[in-house]
Write a protein that binds this ligand. Structure first.
Ligand code: SF4
Length: 272
C-alpha cells in the first residue's frame, strides 16, 4: 500500500486525471483503491538534518558589507552559527477539492485568497510545508550583549532558512517530477493574511508541524526562524513580491508588477 501511495504521489501533474471538483489525484487514487486517499500520514514527510552550507561572502553581500566596508563579519561567527542550526522541514501532499470564488478547499480545509485561488486554477495537487532552523541560533543571539553580533546572527539565520527552504523545493521538484514550482506564504500579502496560518497548520495532523514548530496566539511561528506556506506547480514562476508594493525590502525576489496586480484584481496599481 505504501509503495502505491508513493508512486501515485510521485506522478507528474500532467498524468493526473481531473474530476468535477478539481481534484486530479483523488480520481486516479480511488480508481486503484478507495482506501488509499484516506491514508493521510503517508502523504506527509519530514526532512531532518538538511545540509545547509553558509558562504560568508553571500552573507556579506546580503548585509551590503561588500559596499560599506566599515564593519566586518567574522568567519568564526558564521562557523559557530552553522554548528547550532538544525534545519528541518515537513511537507504534506494535499489535494485541491473545490475552487470557489476567491477561496479554495484543500483536503477539506478552506483557504481564502483571491491570489491563491487564481494560482491554483489548473492545479490539483499542492505541497503544504513548514521549514525551520530550530531555536538554538535564536537563543544564542539572545544571549549575546553585542548588538552587532546579535544582528549578524539574526542575518545568518535568515540566510540559512532561505537555503533550507530551497533544499525542500529542490526535493519536491525531483521527487514529484515538477518542471516548475512557486510558493505562497500566509501573511506575505494582504490578500492572504497571517490568520490563514491556522488552516495551513491544520493540514498537518494535530495542527502541529512535527518538526518542533508551533503557532503562537498571535499566529507567529515558534521558533521564529521558521517559514510556512504552500508550494504548487506552475509554468511561469509566481512571486508574491510581484504584488507587494513595499519599497525597501531585503527579501524582495521580483520587482513589483502593476500589470500583474491588475490581472489578479487585488487592489489598485499603487498596491493592494
Ligand atoms: S517584497 Fe518583501 S515584504 Fe513584499 S512580499 Fe516580497 S519579501 Fe515579502
Amino acid at each position: 500500500m505504501r509503495e502505491i501511495i508513493q508512486i501515485v504521489n510521485a506522478l507528474p501533474e500532467r498524468m493526473l486525471l481531473p474530476n468535477a471538483r478539481g481534484s486530479k489525484t483523488r480520481v486516479f487514487v480511488s480508481s486503484l483503491t478507495p482506501k488509499i486517499s484516506s491514508l493521510k500520514l503517508l502523504r506527509m514527510e519530514k526532512l531532518e538534518n538538511i545540509p545547509v552550507k553558509l558562504d560568508i561572502n553571500v552573507i556579506k553581500k546580503k548585509l551590503h558589507m561588500d559596499r560599506t566596508g566599515d564593519w566586518d563579519l567574522d568567519g568564526a561567527l558564521v562557523e559557530t552559527a552553522t554548528a547550532v542550526i538544525k534545519p528541518s522541514a515537513v511537507y504534506k501532499v494535499c489535494y485541491v477539492e473545490e475552487k470557489l470564488e476567491d477561496e479554495v478547499i484543500i483536503d477539506g480545509i478552506s483557504f481564502k485568497s483571491r491570489v491563491l485561488r487564481k494560482n491554483l486554477e489548473a492545479v490539483g495537487r499542492i505541497f503544504a510545508y513548514v521549514v525551520t532552523i530550530g531555536k538554538q541560533l535564536e537563543e544564542m543571539a539572545g544571549s549575546r550583549e553585542d548588538l552587532l553580533e546579535k544582528y549578524f546572527l539574526d542575518s545568518i539565520g535568515n540566510v540559512a532558512l532561505v537555503k533550507a527552504r530551497k533544499y525542500l523545493e529542490d526535493q519536491l521538484r525531483s521527487r514529484f517530477a515538477l518542471d516548475g514550482v512557486s510558493f505562497m506564504s500566509p501573511g506575505s500579502l494582504g490578500d492572504w493574511p497571517i490568520e490563514e496560518q491556522r488552516p495551513l497548520f491544520s493540514l498537518f495532523e494535530g495542527g502541529k508541524a512535527h518538526i518542533g514548530v508551533r503557532l503562537s496566539e498571535s499566529l507567529l511561528m515558534i521558533p521564529k526562524k521558521s517559514v510556512s506556506g504552500i508550494y504548487f506547480p506552475t509554468e511561469v514562476t509566481f512571486y508574491s513580491c510581484q504584488l507587494c508594493p513595499r519599497k525597501r525590502c531585503d527579501g524582495r525576489k521580483a520587482p513589483f508588477d502593476k500589470k500583474l496586480v491588475k490581472e489578479y484584481g487585488v487592489g489598485t496599481a499603487e498596491g493592494p
